[in-house]
Design a protein around this ligand. Structure first.
Ligand SMILES: CCCCCCCC/C=C\CCCCCCCC(=O)N[C@@H](COP(=O)(O)O)[C@H](O)/C=C/CCCCCCCCCCCCC
Length: 214
């Protein structure tokens, strides 16, 4: 675990998200997944109580990675090309999970919702008081976002896990970018990029009426 903590770098994660948006305002899938993989590495350092969360994230990352490693890899280069390809070929379960339970669109939507939480959580960390509780920032932002899509049992388990999170400054210092102040400055630089990735994806999914995929 200590080894994983050493290899986690907030800088790498944030750089991945800053590389997501192309000049055509498309969201590139590979850096998006790289960003999530870095976050999962960080989550694994926080203790086994978070394993059920990281396992679910890894499952979803791997589903999309498998598309990127398949014969159809080019169709999954960006979120836009993925949506276009899967919809045009009837590869998305729109009403009920049945023939295509792990479509790229459905799986990406789960990560996209989690990105909304991440955006709010990082903003809460960035603007919080020195000794504010990460657990409170985490549960407030979770309740305002992802929790709306989770059943009671997951919400309960998540609430219990959040209780072990350290104070804000300790949390910021584990990010391997220097002092808490330096981590805050880096978050300030990177958050607009994360917000942009979220906004573009949200608009795309809304345009195609995909925001409630089962
Ligand atoms: C920059 C460093 C600081 C931030 C560190 C954050 C680290 C977060 C790393 C990963 C976040 C995990 C993302 C989880 C994706 C969840 C996707 C999802 O909603 N899955 C549910 C629905 O899936 P289907 O059943 O429809 O296939 C699934 O039911 C969920 C299961 C697991 C529970 C998810 C709880 C998520 C809580 C939010 C993350 C808390 C991490 C706190 C650590 C600071």
């Amino acid at each position: 675990m200590a080894e994983e903590a050493e290899t986690f770098s907030l800088r790498e994660v944030l750089v991945a998200f800053t590389a997501c948006v192309s000049e055509q305002r498309e969201v590139r899938v590979d850096p998006y997944l790289a960003g999530w993989k870095g976050l999962v590495r960080f989550l694994n350092c926080l203790g086994t109580i978070f394993s059920f969360i990281s396992k679910d994230a890894v499952t979803k990352i791997e589903i999309i990675e498998n598309y990127r490693n398949s014969d159809q890899r080019d169709k999954y280069l960006t979120v836009q090309s993925m949506v276009e390809y899967e919809l045009a070929n009837g590869l998305v379960d729109l009403q009920k999970r049945s023939e295509h339970p792990n479509s790229g669109c459905r799986t990406f939507l789960r990560l996209h919702r989690a990105l909304h939480w991440l955006q709010m959580f990082l903003e809460g960390l960035r603007t919080g008081e020195d000794n504010s509780k990460t657990s409170v920032i985490c549960s407030e932002t979770y309740d305002a976002s992802l929790a709306n899509h989770h059943p009671w049992i997951i919400r309960k388990a998540a609430g219990v896990a959040f209780c072990v999170l350290p104070t804000r400054n300790t949390f910021l210092e584990t990010m391997n970018v220097g002092t808490a102040e330096e981590a805050v400055a880096m978050l300030g630089d990177a958050l607009p990029y994360i917000c942009e990735v979220y906004k573009i994806t949200e608009e795309l999914y809304a345009q195609h009426k995909l925001l409630d995929l089962p």
